[in-house]
Design a protein around this ligand. Structure first.
Ligand code: DAT
Ligand code: MG
Length: 152
């Protein structure tokens, strides 16, 4: 079986507020990604600053911080071969107007700042982000009977 990766996905405040947590999570599940961690949580400012540290100097940073801390998110660790790239593909491009139909952002989004989901952008980033949001004991290691029909 191909080596698995883990990636951090957030269903952002707009997804939870709009009642789209289920519909968005379903897309990752349907693609074959396995849930290794999941919790509803409010992101505080300290965590938001760490998570979005790469964007601290961007003009949209204050708005991004206010938005991501405004209401609960569903934090997920999703697992599977090439999970990082696959999750990004399912999400679509950052700007919902550029995201293709069939992607989460392409189907449900309108504003760049409220684009419903976050996904780690590289395996190294994923490792860092998973550790920011989850303690090792919160991640669950298990196998699925169906994996033999999903993972080569
Ligand atoms: P992504 O979430 O696709 O990895 P990113 O890392 O470049 O995109 O930016 C992080 C988030 O910041 C993004 O999901 C939404 C917000 N953002 C990015 N560019 C923006 C902009 N030009 N105006 C407002 N918000 C922006
Ligand atoms: Mg990013």
């Amino acid at each position: 079986m191909t080596k698995s990766q883990r990636t951090l996905v957030l269903l952002k405040p707009d997804a939870v507020q709009r009642g789209l947590a289920g519909a968005t999570l379903q897309r990752f599940e349907q693609a074959g990604l396995k849930i290794a961690g999941m919790k509803l949580m409010k992101i505080d400012e300290a965590l938001a600053r760490k998570h979005y540290a790469a964007h601290v100097s961007k003009p949209f940073f204050p708005g991004l911080l206010a938005f991501i801390t405004s209401s609960p998110v569903v934090a997920l660790v999703l697992e599977g071969p090439r999970a990082v790239d696959l999750a990004r593909k399912i999400m679509g491009e950052t700007d919902p107007v550029k995201a293709t139909p069939g992607s989460i952002r392409g189907d449900y989004g309108l504003s760049i700042g409220m684009n419903l989901v976050h996904g780690s952008d590289a395996p190294e980033t994923a490792e860092h982000e998973v550790a920011l949001f989850f303690k090792p004991g919160e991640l669950v290691d298990y196998s699925r009977d169906l994996d033999k029909w999903i993972i080569e």
